[in-house]
Design a protein around this ligand. Sequence first.
Ligand code: RM4
Ligand code: MN
Ligand code: MN
Length: 396
Amino acid sequence: MDARQSEKIFKALESFRIELPSWGFANTGTRFGKFIQPAAATTTEEKFADAGQVHLLTGVCPTVALHVLWDCPDGVRSTDDIKKFADRYGVLPGSINPNLFQDQEYKFGSFGNPDHAIRQRALRHTKDSIEIARRLHSRDISLWFADGSNYPGTANIRQRKLWFTEVLKESHVALSPGQRLLVEYKPFEPAFYHTDIADWGMSLLLSRAAGPQAKVLVDTGHHYAAQNIEQIVAWLLSENMLGGFHFNDRRYADDDLTLGSIDPYQVFRIFHEIHYFEWENGNRADIAYMVDQSHNLKGKIEETIQTVTMAQQLFAKSALVDHEELSHSQNRCNLVGSESLLQDAFNTDVRPAIQEWCDSKGLPRDPLKAFLGSGYLERITKERAARNSQNVSSYA
Ligand code: RM4
Ligand code: MN
Ligand code: MN
């Protein structure tokens, strides 16, 4: 690797930060059951402690995403505790995720529920979440809806779209300047016939209708298998409507697997579209990079470190594409030449340059090895095992 390439990697790594999900440290499972891990976090404080470890060793995860229902049991009043945890463990609260799907009231939806009182309840919860975000100095309120229906003819799709528009607009009014609403889409699950916000187009239209501080959130696992995600990313960038990502990998559905474990080239192509856009525009795209994964088989902290390391590698690889040359090559319809520019970048071993960057920051060259040698895992396993063995039913 020449000096110009390592310089590109250094520059890319300086700007790359990725947010961890609090729920990635807790016991999770599938609808068939859960395998309890003795070291899993059982409280919000433990989630901060674990996220703090990952940040300590990687240096690129300064924030942790919070799920209001799971991490703020006392709602707005929980923010005092959360501030203490942030101080204690060296990671700040990040995006705030309202929970509009778990309460019994939401059986037939939240923002799209035919019952006005339930839509109001969902609005109140969203406003509380915005207030939580304000108190924690979090910028983003990240909305994901389970709303939809399971059988044809059982829901008025157009009417629900109107209700969604209405409640999103009302939520937007509660934002402070600088705060953002991120609107996530997902094609199916838990709804199996129609989902109210099923794809990026629906998310885009609703975000536009909600107001200027609403943007689209792309969860990489929320697409049909054949969909071209990087094209969606390129379109949202060109519309200035890409707010952020939930990163994870998948093989079949919303599998929430470790980033890059199945298809690293897919993630590379997404990052490439972002770098290419930034090169053309001469400034950085304002995008929140977040992880949304939950692991019921792999160790949670170990796999989170794997995820972050993989994200850094793919981000660094994609920064190596020569944009000037690519642009010329594309304009001349040099297909093999253009494609090779991407392939060469993807095939470059960026690990030595990343290790140098870690050295320059006083970070361990191999964060996973450093973690496994730190004794942290043994300590929390001992401390938490008894509590975890009793705690088999909660998601977070
Ligand atoms: C959804 C979606 C949301 C996450 C919930 C728990 O599939 O990805 O972002 O908050 O799961
Ligand atoms: Mn998500
Ligand atoms: Mn998901």
